[in-house]
Design a protein around this ligand. Structure first.
Ligand code: GAP
Length: 434
């Protein structure tokens, strides 16, 4: 399958199965914003919940936070974003389309005219808006371009209320906004997206060790989602690539259908952020170490991933087509813990009392697993729909069910069907789903 075909197929499957829709589609769509449908929202929640489980719940050294999207504008002055969160922008003098300077060469990709770009100018990626009823410079604020700053300005609050000791981390998941010059590639680069970020506060001098630790942890976590190791690699930033706050950085990259691209970064931000906020706010953002009686501004190792990009990694990696009995079977081979629907329940045919039994089984399972119940259409087509949605197990009520109270459980990947007593169904599925 050609790579461009794979992206087209993914976009179309996401719409068909209710994973992702174009925003404001009835009005022709809003560029670079996407809406998550019934299955998409479950899939996204699963990714976020696994991240939260592994980064917060299961770790004694990391606390959670949920800071506001809107923050005091001084935050973005101090963080360097007002001055430095820019991309170089060029405009084609012929068709007036604008591009990121590093994404075009001599020829305009839209009208094809050569040598007609304006000199690059710096374009700030932060969205601006106004707070309160008066518009003007005094009321201007920003939609956050990263969630990290909400953590830095709450460093002392969390330290005081949690009684953590360095090294410790603060994690949060939330929306971020960037007025990207050239968004694209479906949910890869959008103007509104979600981040899962964790800031780990360490003693200066131990930062390299923690930087190495988190790089390894995060790569292993992505593999634990079932993403193939050979499609993943680490890329260390060159001096030119480093963000204004970073001393060192690695990207975790995936080989997307449109090439190798990053979807998570591990950054050594040193004491850049806390020092800047301390200086600008006049408030102490130091840590007092009772063991050594010294105070210092901690260094920060950041792990910063995009929820939407992580979803695209998993989707692209899980998509496969197989020939079965002369037909093409499309499968999303999601790990059961990531699948939006864990179990689908069907009557084999819509008669002979089978629908009633299937409905009862569906009702009994509903409080245990996200389930889907479907009665109409051929059983083959119902199975295919669930394969596309990534549903790992399909339970079917057939003629034999009415005689001996057993059902078949079909495995999405092996296509094997086990006969299971309905009284043992929850136990069987709980074990299989994990
Ligand atoms: N706090 C550090 C930071 O924001 P970043 O590399 O600019 O670092 C982190 O962004 C992650 O956020 C990226 O790895 C990516 O997954 C996600 N991300 C950034 N810009 C994005 C966009 N326009 N659309 C979707 N995801 C984006």
């Amino acid at each position: 399958m050609a790579n461009s075909d794979l992206m087209e197929k993914l976009v179309s499957l996401c719409k068909r199965r209710g994973l992702v829709y174009q925003s404001s589609e009835v009005y022709g769509g809003l560029g670079s914003v996407w809406d998550y449908g019934p299955l998409g929202v479950e899939f996204k929640r699963n990714i976020k919940e696994l991240w939260w489980r592994d980064m917060v719940t299961n770790r004694p050294d990391i606390e959670g936070l949920d800071a506001g999207i809107l923050m005091h504008p001084a935050v973005w002055e101090a963080s360097g974003h007002v001055e430095g969160f820019t991309d170089p922008l060029v405009e084609c003098k012929s068709c007036h389309r604008r591009f990121r300077a590093d994404e075009v060469k001599d020829q305009c990709p839209i009208c094809g005219v050569k040598g007609q770009f304006t000199p690059p100018r710096l374009f700030n990626l932060m969205f601006r808006t106004f707070m309160g009823p008066v518009e003007g410079e005094a009321a201007q604020i920003y939609l956050r371009p990263e969630t990290a700053q909400g953590i830095y300005v709450n460093f002392q609050n969390v330290l005081n209320s949690s009684r953590q000791k360095i090294p410790f981390g603060i994690a949060q998941i939330g929306k971020a906004f960037r007025n990207e010059i050239t968004p694209g590639n479906f949910i890869f680069r959008t103007r509104e997206f979600e981040q899962m970020e964790m800031q780990y506060f360490v003693k200066p001098g131990t930062d390299q060790e923690w930087f190495d630790y988190w790089r390894h942890e995060r790569l292993e976590w992505v593999k634990s989602l079932g993403v193939r190791a050979e499609k993943l690699r680490l890329h260390q930033h060159t001096r030119e690539e480093l963000a204004h706050y970073a001393y060192d950085a690695y990207d975790i990259e995936y080989e997307f259908p449109f090439g190798w691209q990053e979807f998570e970064g591990i950054h050594n931000r040193t004491d850049f952020d806390l020092s800047r906020h301390q200086e600008r706010s006049g408030k102490k953002l130091e840590y007092f170490d009772p063991a050594t009686n010294e105070s210092y501004v901690p260094y920060i190792i950041e792990t910063s991933g995009g929820v939407d990009r992580q979803m695209l990694v998993v989707l692209a990696d899980a998509y496969r087509e197989e020939e079965v009995e002369g037909e093409t079977r499309v499968v999303l081979g999601l790990k059961p813990e990531l699948a939006p629907i864990k179990v689908a329940v069907f009557p084999l045919v819509k008669k002979d009392g089978m629908p009633e039994v299937a409905r009862k089984i569906a009702d009994d399972l509903r409080s245990r697993f996200p389930i889907f119940h479907d009665e109409s259409g051929s059983i083959g087509r119902r199975y295919r729909r669930q394969d596309e949605a990534g549903t790992p197990f399909c339970v079917t009520v057939d003629g034999q069910t009415l005689e001996d109270d057993t059902v078949t459980v079909r495995d999405r990947d092996t296509l094997k069907q086990d006969r299971v007593a309905t009284s043992k169904l929850v136990e069987y599925l709980s074990e299989a789903i994990g």
